[in-house]
Each structure stands twice: as C-alpha cells, then as structure tokens.
Design a binder for this molecule. Structure first.
Ligand code: GLU
Length: 285
C-alpha cells in the first residue's frame, strides 16, 4: 500500500512554527516512504474560519517548499457526507440530542457528591443529563452526542480494536479499553445536524478514509482523541491508519504554541527575511 499522509490545518489564524513542524514532518515522512503528502482544509467552523487564513496557508506552505495534489479537500464542501454518517449512527440508536450548555454541564457536576469533574480528550466528561432523550425530541441547535456505552457495545470486543503508534511518545500498539472510553472519555459531541456542523473527531475520521490516508502525522495533543477516532472507524467499518503523534513546539515559557502566538507566525519570519531552511532549523528538522 502506498504511504499517504496529510496536513490538516483549520484556517482560523496564521500558521505558526508548530504548524510548520507538523507539515514539514508529514512531508518528510511521505518522501521517506516514497509516498504522498496531501493537504486538507478543516473549515467546518464557519464562525472562526476565514478565506484569508486559507490563502495564507497555501502561501506559507508553498514558501516552505511543500507540494500537494489539487484540488485540495475542503471539509466545508463535504457536509452532506458527515450528515449521512450521523444519520447512520442515529439509525443504530448510537446518538442522542443534547441541549446542555457548558454552564449546565458544570452545574450538573458541581453537586457535592461529584468531586472534581473528569476531563477527557473532548473536554469535561459529560454527566449524561440528556442521555435518555430520543432523536425525535431534537431541537434546532442541539448537539448530537455519541452514547459511548452503546457505541462500545456495538463494536463488541474492544480488544480487537487498536492502532499502531509510530511517534516518539507512546510508541507501539494500543488497544481500546471499554471502561476508559465510557468513564474517561464519555459521550463526545459528534455534530449539530441542523446547523451543519460536525465535530473534527468525526470529520477527520471520515476524510482520512476518503483520502486513503495510511499514516496520520499530527501533534501529541491529539493522541488521546485517537482512541475515540479508532472507535468511530470500527463503528463505521473504516480502515485504521497508523499514527505518528509528534512532540509539540513550545514557546520560551514552555507553553505550547497556539494560533494567538502571532509572534511565531511563519508569515512574520518570511517578512523578516528568514529562509525555509531557517524554519527547519528552528523546529529541529
Ligand atoms: N484540524 C486539526 C487542527 O488544526 C488537526 C486535526 C488532525 O490532524 O487530525 O488542529
């Protein structure tokens, strides 16, 4: 099978050194394996994604010396696909509508007997307030949550499901664990159908399969999310790629770079006369 990987940024701000590292590493691994590097634009969040950021992504990556197949897959052009997947999960009774706000969730968890809220890869573990609702009770704007217990039951034996990690941390084979998924991750949000938003958890799984990705290269901050994504692959009968979660580029204070770290934007290094080789050196490649 030909090696295929991708870089999948969301156009919500300028790419910074952390993105440069991720993209260059994926590109280098594709070359190393005589395979392909693809670019995918993850632009389902219509509030935060802007065309000017997308244009800048293409400019920055070309400047870094990367090449990719066009047209590029843009998630905003595939919303019906994600909708169909949600319908499929709904037909199997695996998702339910949820109208809880963050405040509702915090309030439900602040009952004295609850202790500190548990935080999973998708944020605070949902206390299950809406779990009993059926889909007919769905109101505009409701989130659609995966019933994790039912999802785990639907795939049968979780120990048959797992993935191979090729990155520097957690290297090796990992199996899903039913109890960790149910109590440590909980009922993650997969979409909000009426307003056509899908969670990146689901969209990325669908797209990785659609694009024939054999290895996902991305930051180690998404390592925990991989367990949910592998579960979704099993539920949807999609192949599981291998994963390479790389270490994160940090700022001077040791904090991971975020989009607001404009000072580390590739665009600014370009304007200051840095070369692509300088960027490679800065990120340790
Ligand atoms: N779009 C995600 C991000 O920009 C990346 C998701 C992935 O690589 O699977 O963080």
């Amino acid at each position: 099978m030909t090696y295929r990987t991708r870089f999948a940024p969301s156009p919500t701000g300028p790419l910074h050194l952390g993105h440069a590292y991720s993209a260059l590493l994926a590109y280098d691994r594709a070359r190393l394996h005589g395979g392909e590097f693809l670019l995918r634009i993850e632009d389902t969040d219509t509030q935060r994604c802007k065309p000017e950021w997308e244009t800048l992504i293409y400019e920055d990556l070309h400047w870094l010396g990367l090449e990719w197949e066009t047209p590029v897959r843009r998630q905003s052009e595939h919303l019906e696909d994600y909708d169909r997947v949600l319908d499929q999960l709904a037909a199997r009774g695996l998702i339910y509508p949820c109208s809880c706000t963050r405040g509702d969730i915090r309030a439900a968890l602040s009952a004295p007997q609850e202790g500190a809220p548990l935080v999973g890869p998708d944020g605070i573990v949902y206390p299950g307030t809406c779990r009993g609702r059926d889909l007919d009770s769905r109101k505009p704007g409701d989130a659609l949550r995966l019933n994790m217990r039912k999802a785990v039951e639907a795939i049968g034996n979780t120990s048959n499901c797992g993935f191979i990690e090729n990155g520097p941390d957690h290297t090796g084979t990992h199996q899903l664990d039913a109890e960790t998924l149910i109590s440590g991750t909980g009922d993650v949000v997969l979409g909000r159908k009426e307003i056509e938003t899908v969670s990146y958890l689901l969209a990325a799984v669908w797209d990785d399969a659609a694009q024939g990705i054999t290895e996902v290269v991305r930051g180690v901050d998404l390592y925990e999310a991989t367990f949910v994504q592998v579960l979704l692959q099993a539920l949807l009968d999609l192949p599981t790629p291998t994963y390479f979660h790389h270490l994160l580029i940090r700022d001077e204070d040791g904090k991971r770079l975020a989009k607001r770290h404009d000072s580390k934007a590739i665009r600014l290094f370009r304007q200051d006369g840095a070369s692509p080789e300088d960027i490679r050196r800065m990120v340790g490649l």
